[in-house]
Write a protein of this length. Structure first.
Length: 160
């Protein structure tokens, strides 16, 4: 299934920034430049990228785009982005429904167990909203978007 997801995502292009996540390794804590929260490390990348390129960048540092599992984590992520950019910058998360339409999953393989959708989402506009962002219209809510959306940042966390 991961290979099918990767193949589908490789065919899509969009640009943005993002957040990366990694698990904290034992008592070692987070590497320099990463921020700890609830057994994971987070790093914001304030550079424009497609969703797929953002995920690939995360994989290069043995991480994934962020998956969100609680309101507290969602708030932490929004605050981390604001501290890095001075605004509620639209940012890629690891959510996608590219494999099965309207069946959302996290790129890190963790369970889809938290939702706080933006108003009237998900609506699968034009049948093409396959990637997930946070911070749409200055709200720290989840919002599906086109994978070919330009100018989005990203955040990573390490592999679980």
């Amino acid at each position: 299934m991961a290979a099918a997801l990767l193949a589908l995502l490789l065919a899509s292009v969009s640009l943005g920034t993002g957040l990366v996540i990694k698990p904290i390794g034992g008592d070692q804590g987070c590497e320099k430049g990463w921020t700890p929260f609830d057994s994971r490390c987070y790093k914001f990348f304030n550079r424009k990228s497609s969703w797929m390129d953002a995920e690939r960048s995360c994989l290069r540092v043995r991480a994934n785009l962020v998956s969100v599992h609680s309101l507290e984590e969602n708030t932490f992520i929004g605050d981390l982005i604001f501290k890095a950019t001075g605004s509620d910058t639209g940012t890629w998360l690891g959510g996608t429904d590219a494999v099965v339409n309207n069946r959302w999953m996290w790129s890190d393989g963790t369970p889809w167990d938290f939702e706080q959708w933006f108003t009237d989402e998900p609506n699968n506009r034009d049948g093409r909203e396959e990637a997930l962002m946070i911070n749409m219209e200055e709200e720290t809510l989840l919002c599906p978007v086109f994978m070919n959306l330009d100018d989005t940042t990203y955040h990573c966390t390490p592999d679980m």
